[in-house]
Design a protein around this ligand. Structure first.
Ligand code: HEC
Ligand code: HEC
Ligand code: HEC
Length: 349
């Protein structure tokens, strides 16, 4: 018995030492050029699949059929994903395909995953592979819109992809040289409508636009999409962008027929607030000439965008500029019906 114990103790001490010795010797290869052994490759993917499958057990998949989910995600795919995975408009560069493991062509592999599994991979990334996590962990709606986009990807040709992402290109479909994504790829007035989750910027307050861009760049307003778009720009360029959009005329567009009762409820909230619930009149801060110019205009904004921002404020995850806390206090008091009503009203105002 005593002899066995001794053996065990020697083994427990020796094994880690042996491991350290092998690591120290430099004999273990970390070369990506030689690839993994087939068994290592199989093992790593097996571990990854099990990990993803276990973590999605309690993930509820929201409805993903709203077409408004696609444009922001598609534009972000081009800047944040296509660099590694390629896209229907352009294959991944050879330098990236030399990664270990190489980023797969998503058109081919997304069918192997459920919506919840794609959500898990895109939100959290995959360790030891180079697959990054979503730039912010505090909101899930953008990640779900990326999942909605990935579902459409297998059926997209170069034209459909360029249309969805707002990518401009030189040449003909199939042999285009895409130009980089710009602000207009996503924010062009002509592409937006009342159901868009991408906000109209034309004619918005300049001070507010600048504060919003700084808030994204400083990660004080979480958005994976806008953190990438604004965070990669030189800071000195932000005032020019804010001025450019503030001076754009906001195109008039046909009014969407909203529920009249809802609009009326929104009007009352906007003009009078609701004293019993300590809700101030929205118009005491918004769309008022004498108010602080750093407060945003809401009139004519897409109702879907307004609804989403109010829901984010209500859940205390919207963040924003130095003034964001003012709005958080207001939004906490709003019911889901108030949010629908105010959004319907301001979109028509
Ligand atoms: C720096 C390169 C890189 C970027 C950027 C990147 N990925 Fe990946 N991605 C990878 C690599 C490498 C893998 C392979 C992981 C593996 O094989 O386990 C991967 C795997 C995936 C997978 C799982 C596919 C499979 O079957 O293995 C999905 C889905 C995915 N990426 C989506 C995205 C999306 C969406 C984005 C943009 C938000 C993105 N990736 C950005 C490198 C990248
Ligand atoms: C890939 C699509 C995409 C690109 C490219 C993009 N945006 Fe955005 N932008 C969005 C989305 C989506 C939102 C809403 C994000 C949120 O929920 O906070 C947004 C929000 C904004 C806001 C906040 C407006 C408000 O009312 O609060 C500003 C300002 C803005 N973008 C400016 C820009 C500028 C300037 C550029 C170019 C440097 C740009 N965006 C590029 C998609 C994009
Ligand atoms: C005390 C002043 C104040 C009141 C009252 C107020 N807000 Fe705000 N609201 C703000 C400020 C300030 C911001 C911008 C925060 C930032 O800079 O990030 C804002 C932002 C918003 C936004 C986001 C706009 C965008 O483009 O992203 C919406 C939507 C909004 N408010 C709706 C409302 C509604 C609806 C009401 C009434 C129920 C209301 N607000 C009442 C101060 C106020």
């Amino acid at each position: 018995m005593t002899v066995r114990w001794k053996h065990l103790i020697v083994l427990v001490i020796l094994l880690p030492l042996l491991g350290l010795g092998v690591g120290w010797s430099g004999l273990m290869s970390v070369r990506a050029s030689t690839g993994h052994w087939a068994i290592t490759d199989w093992f790593l993917h097996w571990v990854m699949r099990n990990s993803v499958a276990t973590r999605v057990a309690f993930v509820d998949t929201p409805p993903l059929d709203d077409p408004a989910l696609i444009p922001g995600a598609a534009g972000h795919f081009e800047t944040g994903c296509a660099t590694c995975h390629g896209s229907p408009a352009q294959a991944a560069p050879a330098s990236v395909l030399a990664m270990l493991p190489p980023p797969p062509d998503l058109k081919k592999v997304v069918l192997e995953w459920t919506d919840a599994e794609l959500f898990e991979i895109v939100k959290h990334g995959v360790r030891f592979t180079g697959m990054p996590a979503w730039p912010t962990q505090s909101r899930d709606d953008e990640v779900w819109s990326m999942v909605a986009f990935l579902r459409k990807l297998p059926d997209m040709d170069a034209n459909a992809y360029m249309q969805a992402s707002g990518l401009h290109g030189i040449g003909h479909a199939g042999e285009v040289s895409p130009l980089p994504i710009t602000c207009e790829s996503c924010h062009a007035e002509s592409k937006l409508n009342d159901t868009s989750l991408i906000p109209r910027l034309a004619g918005q307050s300049e001070a507010y636009l600048l504060n919003a861009l700084k808030a994204y760049a400083d990660t004080k307003r979480p958005s994976g999409i806008m953190q990438v778009a604004a965070g990669t720009l030189p800071r000195e360029g932000l005032p020019e962008l804010a001025a450019y959009y503030a001076n754009q005329p906001r195109a008039t567009r046909p009014l969407v027929q909203q529920d009249a009762g809802l609009v009326e409820k929104g009007r009352v909230l906007a003009e009078e607030g609701r004293v019993a619930d300590k809700i101030p009149a929205c118009l005491s801060c918004h769309d008022k000439a004498s108010a602080n110019p750093a407060y945003p205009k809401l009139s004519g904004q897409n109702s879907a965008y307004l609804r989403q921002q109010l829901s984010l404020f209500h859940a205390e995850i919207r963040g924003g500029s130095f003034y964001g806390h003012l709005m958080e206090g207001v939004a906490k008091q709003l019911t889901p019906e108030d949010i629908d009503a105010a959004s319907a009203y301001f979109s028509q105002r």
